[in-house]
Design a protein around this ligand. Structure first.
Ligand code: HEM
Length: 434
């Protein structure tokens, strides 16, 4: 008998056996969690992946199943929660139970990005500038834009937001994990260098302050202040705090080009309240209601994190007649609130009137949940709001932004993907105002 033929046959049988085993396990898992909210029937192994429309991932199911439903990403159930009431009940009312943090499943990552080459694109400048804000707070220093270490850190963060559009199979994401490890190593070296070198009377940055807490709590066995947490904190702040704000300002300038009347009105208000001879400060915000409304509307329109950052159940929890087991992943569908026609005057278009009352005063709106809600809401919200205000007002105080293409060709819709919405890259003219 031909030995190669026999081996091939054995291989077929083993592979078929493995596939059958996986199918059996997958179906057992899918049917074993009986009290989850309803949702589309999953295929074995793949779950609902093939049924999800990447452009509008959950719209159809929202209509069919209402505000709480389950989808399966491969072999893992994910509970999707949407709408004002359900999100308030869960993220705030049951805040503790819903406060675990899940990791992004690779299968969720189904993003599509468009990139174009450009003569003057503000993208790099914005991300360098915003990153230096975080660097000043965390590392106590700013970096030159050309610094290779700084470039590497930024590139890695950018990859986390963009290259994560790949599949379960070996490939680019492994390079990404390797780069993330390298970036964390850098954070580690920075932190290690400080361990015995902090002046307790004068901490210079976040690392110094954390190191002092480590020393203060060294005899407390339950302390959260230890070296590993310091590294995670530094990396989390850096990665969560750079691309988010710089992408928002990038989207802001794009919208200003598309809506020159809005840009002009913001500039007029800044000229009247701040003038041209000084920078705006946070105190000016209350006297700049139109500008404030425009910044909020930019963020609502952008909808940077449509499903927030995946949550995880801390314990078995009953909600709305269902039981969501401990460990199950939950996506709070923030988008559903940002475009809810019951909550906004004009939910589908960019319209600063969404944040203005009849007298032109700034009007808060409970459905403005771009930073998430409840216990796991964005840690950097206060800083992000200040950054967006200061950078946006500074840029419009000094420049008028103009598109390089006719306005009707300027597409402002962020590139869609199922976990984040990134602004498009574009060329622009920044015309000095003086
Ligand atoms: C436009 C700017 C930003 C937006 C729209 C934004 C949005 C968000 C959202 C939606 C979440 C997840 C909330 C949830 O899961 O319920 C989040 C988490 C987080 N953000 Fe931001 N963020 C921004 C800027 C920043 C900045 C500047 C920092 C750091 C200084 C930061 C640090 C974090 C951290 C550390 C978390 C995780 C919090 C946790 O797990 O408890 N973010 N952000």
């Amino acid at each position: 008998m031909d030995i190669t033929l026999t081996l091939t046959n054995v291989l077929y049988v083993v592979t078929a056996g493995l596939v059958l085993l996986l199918l059996w396990k997958s179906q057992r898992k899918q049917s074993s969690i009986g009290q989850l909210p309803p949702g589309p029937t999953p295929y074995p192994l793949l779950g609902n992946i093939l049924q999800i429309d990447v452009k509008e991932p959950y719209k159809y199911y929202l209509k069919k199943y209402g505000s709480v439903f389950t989808i399966w990403l491969a072999n893992s159930p994910v509970v999707i929660i949407s709408g004002y009431q359900a999100l308030k009940d869960t993220m705030i009312g049951l805040g503790e139970e819903f406060s675990g943090r899940a990791t992004y499943p690779l299968t969720l990552i189904l993003c599509y990005f468009l990139f174009k080459g450009s003569a003057f694109s503000p993208a790099d400048m914005l991300s360098n500038t915003m990153a230096n804000v975080i660097c000043s707070i965390v590392f106590g220093q700013r970096f030159e834009f050309e610094d290779p270490q700084f470039k590497f850190l930024l590139q890695t963060v950018n990859s986390v937001f963009t290259v994560l559009n790949i599949s379960l199979f070996p490939g680019k994401h492994h390079l990404l994990f390797r780069d993330v490890d390298k970036a964390r190593e850098y954070c580690k070296r920075q932190a290690k260098a400080r361990i015995n070198n902090v002046d307790p009377s004068c901490p210079q940055d976040l690392i110094d302050a954390f190191v002092l807490k480590i020393q203060e709590e060294k005899y407390n066995p339950d302390t959260e202040y230890h070296f590993d947490n310091l590294i995670s904190l530094v990396w989390n702040l850096f990665s969560a705090g750079t691309e988010t704000t710089s992408s928002t300002v990038r989207h802001a300038l794009l919208l200003m080009m598309k809506h020159p009347d809005v840009q002009e009105r913001v500039q007029k208000e800044i000229d009247e309240v701040v003038g041209q001879d000084r920078w705006s400060s946070v105190e000016d915000r209350q006297n700049l209601p139109y500008t404030d409304a425009v910044i909020h509307e930019i963020q609502r329109n952008m909808d940077l994190a449509p499903i927030a950052v995946p949550h995880k159940m801390m314990c078995d929890t009953e909600y709305n007649g269902y039981v969501i087991p401990k460990g199950v992943m939950v996506f709070p569908l923030l988008s559903s609130m940002l475009i809810d026609p019951k909550m906004w005057k004009n939910p589908d278009c960019f319209d600063p009137e969404n944040f203005l009352d009849a007298d032109g005063r700034f009007q808060k709106n409970d459905a403005f949940v771009v930073f998430g809600m409840g216990k796991r809401a964005c840690l950097g919200e206060a800083l992000a709001r200040i950054e967006l205000f200061i950078f946006f007002t500074y840029l419009l105080q000094h420049f008028t932004f103009k598109a390089t293409v006719p306005l009707e060709e300027l597409d402002t819709a962020p590139t869609k993907c199922s976990f984040g919405r990134m602004p498009r890259t574009y060329d622009c003219y920044a015309i000095p105002r003086k």
